[in-house]
Design a protein around this ligand. Structure first.
Ligand SMILES: [Zn+2]
Ligand SMILES: [Zn+2]
Length: 555
């Protein structure tokens, strides 16, 4: 082998996750072909993650795509596998950095259009609408959307063919042989691409810890229909706003028992409109607005609403607090949580459940009956996909570290020996095999703070978190040309216990008096002396060190 050949990386196919491996959320996976200094990129999915309590004021978290943005001339497209927020939600925020075509299915295009419009980008972003089952090309990437089953319309797996090798990127999927809507899992095509040869399967890990096979949407539909048929009073069903299959199921259960359907929640309305624009929910009839709820007899109405994750501003939370402007429930009415509580949302959900209990309203959740089924594959479904596709190697994705590790062990146990656990920012060579980490790329998180995108580390959320523990003290000092006080020192506090004020004022005055006049000339020195004294005093009395800001005015 000559030296040139040895270092020729033009045949490399690499995988770089910038989000989605190490967390469930903010999925962003990049595939690259060619040498490191001229790599051609394709991005698959660009989603958000929802903010946590630890970051006050941050509702949405984005992946940092700076690494790819700095090479955007070589980015041939963003391909979206489906319309869930964790796969599509960051496009409107980050597209201005990336400036490339966005490929998605008709339903995802409807959902994306709303977001682009809100961001004022609807005229700018070249959105290429590709029907499920179609082939298309982005630069050196030959692509195909393969129909799978999941918990939103038009979920796809993406077949990525390059001259360097073939990858099946599973997207989010489960095997549902009796789905309520959609084309279903294209087992035939998946087996065929297995025959053609797949080098690497990059695969959903969300439910790898669960044994067996997920229940079908049809089973869920039967359960919901039976529950609604038994209900005597009003029925409210809350589910994920994007779950069109479940919306369809609930509407059918209502129609079967002569109930009108009232929709509450903008997100659910938007989904229904998007679905109807794509030819879905055509037989669901007229869906009423929330204003009409109160005029209908209890046994003739079903409310379909948002808030299954306990979101405090969503319809079901406000109904549970009896604060909804148009909808109220009475003792004996029924609320059905056709959903799963996503880890992290337990407190909010239990607050809603407790509020409903206070109103003496019956509640059925996924723990009581089969009123929800996850959209992700359990172990027996993973095994089936491995059998159909027969990949040489596997990379687990869409999971927290424990899911990824368990998936790696599971895949090896089922005959796929070449498995690498990826990490956000790691560049893994897929082809030529075996899988091997060859490089690292900059990665991280960005916070959406109001209308702005800000850093997550050392960003405003960090300061706010500190404020939430200890409060703030502002000290205002006016000094005249003789280095004496021109007015009384003013101390203002926020978030501190009562009774500290006078002591703080004295501490500030003492610190001023104790500073010799020549040293008072340096406002920085004077300010710092006062700041440390005030902080020390608060600590002595309170046992906490608040944030102290001192402003020195020279008058
Ligand atoms: Zn997902
Ligand atoms: Zn999904």
């Amino acid at each position: 082998m000559n030296a040139k050949k040895k270092f020729d990386h033009s045949n490399d196919l690499v995988f770089l996750p910038l989000g989605g491996t190490g967390e469930i959320g903010m999925n962003c996976y990049c595939y690259g072909v060619g040498p490191a200094d001229d790599r051609q990129w394709l991005m698959v999915d660009l989603g958000v993650k929802f903010g946590e309590e630890t970051d006050p004021g941050i509702d949405v978290i984005l992946p940092d795509v700076g690494f790819i943005a700095s090479d955007k001339a070589n980015l041939h497209g963003i391909v979206l596998t489906h319309a869930h927020e964790d796969h599509l939600g960051a496009v409107a925020w980050l597209w201005p950095q990336l400036q490339c075509p966005v490929y998605c299915t008709p339903f995802a295009a409807q959902i994306l259009a709303l977001k682009l419009k809100e961001a004022g980008l609807d005229e700018e972003v070249p959105v290429k609408v590709i029907p499920v089952g179609s082939k298309f090309t982005a630069g050196p990437f030959h692509l195909e959307y393969i129909s799978v089953t999941h918990s939103i319309p038009e979920p796809t797996a993406l077949l990525i063919k390059t001259k360097q090798g073939t990858v099946l990127h599973s997207g989010d999927w489960k095997i549902d042989r009796t789905p309520v809507l959609g084309q279903g899992m294209d087992e035939k095509r998946l087996r065929a691409i297995g025959d053609e040869g797949v080098d690497v399967l990059v695969c959903d890990s969300t439910n790898v810890l669960r044994e067996g096979f997920s229940p079908s949407e049809a089973q869920v539909a039967d359960t919901i229909a039976a529950i609604v048929a038994e209900a005597k009073g009003r029925v409210a069903v809350t589910t994920f706003a994007s779950h069109v299959d479940r919306i369809s199921t609930a509407v059918r259960a209502a129609r079967a028992t002569g109930r009108e359907v009232v929709i509450a929640g903008r997100a659910m309305r938007n989904t229904i409109e998007a679905a109807r624009a794509c030819g879905m929910l055509k037989d669901s009839g007229r869906l009423l607005d929330e204003e009409e709820f109160g005029y209908l007899p209890p046994d003739k109405v079903m409310l379909l609403c948002t808030g299954s994750q306990g979101e405090p501003r969503a319809a079901i939370a406000r109904i549970a607090e009896d604060q909804h402007p148009h909808v109220s429930l009475d003792p004996g009415d029924l609320v059905l949580f056709s959903s799963k509580t996503i880890p992290g949302n337990e407190k909010e959900v239990s607050r809603v459940l407790n509020n409903l209990a206070r109103l003496d309203i019956d509640v059925i959740t996924g723990e009581d009956a089969l009123v929800h089924s996850s959209g992700h594959p359990r172990q027996d479904e993973l095994k089936l996909l491995y059998d159909w596709v027969r990949p040489r190697a596997l990379i687990p994705m869409h999971g927290e570290p424990r899911h990824l590790r368990a998936h790696a062990i599971f895949a090896r146990k089922h005959g796929i020996e070449d498995v690498v656990i990826p990490r956000d920012g790691h560049i893994t060579k897929l082809m030529p095999g075996p899988l091997r980490q060859i490089d690292e790329a900059h990665f991280g998180r960005l916070h959406v703070d109001g209308r702005l995108i800000v850093p997550s580390e050392d960003g405003p959320a960090k300061q706010r978190r500190k404020l939430s523990f200890v409060g703030i003290i502002l000290v205002s000092v006016a000094v005249n040309s003789k280095q004496d006080l021109a007015a009384d020192i003013e101390v203002v506090t926020d978030g501190l216990p009562h009774g500290l004020q006078d002591g703080l004022q004295e501490a500030a005055e003492k610190a001023f008096e104790g500073t010799p006049k020549p040293r008072r000339r340096d406002v920085n020195v004077l300010g710092e002396t006062i700041r440390t004294s005030v902080r020390r005093h608060a600590d002595q009395i309170w046992g906490k060190k608040p944030i102290v800001k001192v402003v020195v005015h020279e008058v």
